[in-house]
Ligand binder design. Structure first.
Ligand SMILES: Nc1nc2c(ncn2[C@@H]2O[C@H](COP(=O)(O)OP(=O)(O)OP(=O)(O)O)[C@@H](O)[C@H]2O)c(=O)[nH]1
Ligand SMILES: [Mg+2]
Ligand SMILES: [Zn+2]
Length: 296
């Protein structure tokens, strides 16, 4: 009998599927022909499956609304970009890359600052200034000094209802720790990051979806870098919400906002309506994308 459901966990070749009808979790395997067709089911996939035997079988993966490679997950509405202030240090370059990838996949980003308790007052005030540009871009930004401030956590939870939300960000940024504060029954493994490398050691190893606050929420393994391979130089400026506020006023259609005359984005930049670091990272990424093109 053919059933429908959603993959909520993937563990070494097995997929746990939430069965829409019985509202129970059924362990399945993927049919052999998926491998032949080079399709790999991922967490978040909506599937049809057969559950007549002891072990279910995934029959078909329904068309994806979107999918991410890092972390591997499909059909996501919103992403909480967990961004640490220290250990690992704040990087606007990495944050902007993550935001661009989310915009490219039509996933709504939310920025959530962690570990600001490790900063001096002065460093924290500076970091808040460095985050102003993200408010200008109309992103929802949670930047309390205390990552686990009850009021802030309650506000975050309000965004989960009727959505699929993925927690993403650098390894060691505090994704699992934050989720444990949101739902104290989760008991997710967390670990101190390796001090010598100032780099995480990937404590969370798989993507899992949980039912939290009337939504589905995923913890995922962190990463230390991502690339922009899927994004073209034409698309890049369209992935900056604050550029779109002004680009209609550029003299040339398809203006890249670099050296073109009559560029409304550069004008907004000079008036402080667009943050310099966002723009500098934009030029940097444009170069990076152009250098991929030369290689192929
Ligand atoms: N001081 C401080 N430490 C924090 C905060 N958030 C997380 N940590 C610590 O940072 C370390 C890493 O946290 P995790 O939750 O394991 O990080 P993660 O993002 O899940 O890492 P991966 O699973 O490897 O991607 C742990 O030792 C946490 O206790 C915070 O707001 N302040
Ligand atoms: Mg984790
Ligand atoms: Zn322009």
């Amino acid at each position: 009998m053919e059933k429908t459901g959603r993959i909520i966990k993937s563990i070494s070749g097995f997929y746990d599927v939430f069965d829409n009808e019985s509202e129970t979790i059924i362990r399945t395997r993927a049919r052999g022909n998926f491998r032949k067709r080079k399709i790999k089911p991922v967490v978040g996939d909506k599937v049809t499956f057969d559950a007549t035997g002891d072990l279910g079988y995934i029959l078909e993966i329904l068309p994806r609304e979107n999918s991410l490679v890092r972390p591997p997950i499909a059909n996501v509405d919103q992403a909480i970009v967990v961004t640490s202030s220290a250990q690992p240090n704040f990087s606007s370059n990495l944050l902007d890359k993550i935001l661009i990838n989310l915009e490219h996949n039509k996933i709504e980003p939310v920025i959530y600052l962690t570990k600001a308790d490790l900063l001096t007052d002065e460093q924290y005030q500076q970091l808040k200034k460095d985050l102003l540009g993200y408010h200008q871009a109309d992103y929802l930004v949670f930047d309390d000094r205390d990552s686990y401030n009850d009021e802030q956590i309650a506000k975050l939870e309000e965004t989960f209802a009727d959505k699929v939300t993925v927690f993403t960000g650098q390894s060691g940024a505090g994704k699992s720790t934050l989720l444990n504060h949101i739902d104290t029954e989760l008991g997710l493994a967390t670990a101190e990051i390796s001090q010598t490398l100032n780099r995480g050691k990937h404590t969370t190893r798989q993507v899992s979806l949980f039912n939290i606050a009337d939504g589905l929420v995923a913890d995922t393994p962190g990463f230390s870098s991502i690339d922009l391979m899927d994004i073209s130089a034409e698309e890049l400026p369209t992935l900056y919400p604050e550029f779109l506020d002004y680009s209609g006023g550029c003299q040339f259609r398809g203006c890249r906002h670099v050296n073109e005359p009559g560029c409304a984005v550069k004008e907004a930049l000079s008036e402080g309506k667009i943050m310099q670091s966002r723009y500098d990272n934009y030029l940097y990424f444009l170069n990076e994308i152009n250098s991929y093109k030369k290689r192929y």
